[in-house]
Design a protein around this ligand. Structure first.
Ligand code: ADP
Ligand code: MG
Length: 246
């Protein structure tokens, strides 16, 4: 097995106009690792993970995913990386006019050329896995928020990603639905998926994270295994942050 990290971010810097949103971010993630990213609102967490599938691009520094360089912004490299990376957003982003099953089969059929029957079989497999196969023919608006988010996870899995990015996947949910989504994510982690999760669910972080990252003002201020991160935080800003959320 290669020791080459599946995600390598070196000195990533990014600006929105005059505003520097990422400053010298370094991060290496090995295949199978689970990383949780937390930090105050506006600290650049979403921007950082969106750079990994090139929804945003860094102006300075280097990002490579599974050995594929994103830095030159070459279209074929961007496409190749996106084939390996699934993403789940806070707001589910399901297609409202398509059924659950159609949401799950659209990209495999239209961007990968998978035949309908095979795409539907795969979709049903992942809908089983997120425990809502019985919702396959419903529309997103007929589902609860927790169910919609589980569909979004199933839809991402249908593309057979090597890496899953989660951007505050439970923040838009009513409290009673948070656990059903976290349980799905825990299952994925137990199956060995490489995961980067922006979340403030610290119970989840303690349970599944190999490393927890704290970002503030566009910088990674702390990165440690959960025991150390929560038990012995170093940076004053992390101490203050944990004081507010725990
Ligand atoms: P977080 O996810 O940690 O809340 P974001 O990465 O969303 O942080 O945003 C970091 C900062 O960059 C915020 O101040 C936000 O207002 C700003 N920002 C985010 N996206 C854009 C954009 N497309 N254009 C300009 N500023 C942006
Ligand atoms: Mg965000």
């Amino acid at each position: 097995m290669s020791n080459e990290p599946i995600i390598r971010i070196e000195k990533a810097n990014k600006w929105y106009g005059q505003f520097q949103v990422l400053t010298d971010v370094d991060l290496e993630v090995k295949a199978g690792e689970r990383i949780v990213i937390c930090g105050p609102s506006g600290s650049g967490k979403s921007t950082l993970i969106r750079c990994i599938n090139h929804l945003e691009k860094v102006e300075k520094g280097r990002i490579a995913v599974d050995g594929i360089e994103l830095t030159g912004h070459e279209r074929k490299n961007v496409d190749a990386v996106r084939r390996e990376v699934g993403m789940v957003f806070q707001q589910f982003n399901l297609f409202p006019h398509l059924t659950v099953l159609q949401n799950c089969t659209l990209s495999p059929m239209h961007s990968r050329g998978v035949p309908r029957e095979a795409a539907e079989a795969t979709a049903m497999k992942y809908l089983q896995r997120v425990r809502i196969p019985e919702q396959a023919n419903k529309y997103p608006s007929q589902l609860s928020g927790g169910q919609q988010q589980r569909v979004a996870i199933a839809r991402a899995l249908c593309m057979n990603p090597k890496i899953m990015l989660f951007d505050e996947p439970t923040s838009a949910l009513d409290p009673e639905m948070v656990n059903e989504v976290l349980d799905t994510m825990i299952g994925l982690a137990e199956d060995g998926m490489t995961m980067l999760c922006v979340t403030h669910e610290m119970g989840f972080a303690r349970r599944v994270a190999d490393r927890v990252i704290f970002m503030a003002d566009g910088r990674v201020l702390e990165m440690a295994p959960p025991d150390q991160f929560f038990g012995n935080p170093q940076h004053p800003k992390l101490k203050a942050f944990l004081g507010q959320i725990l």
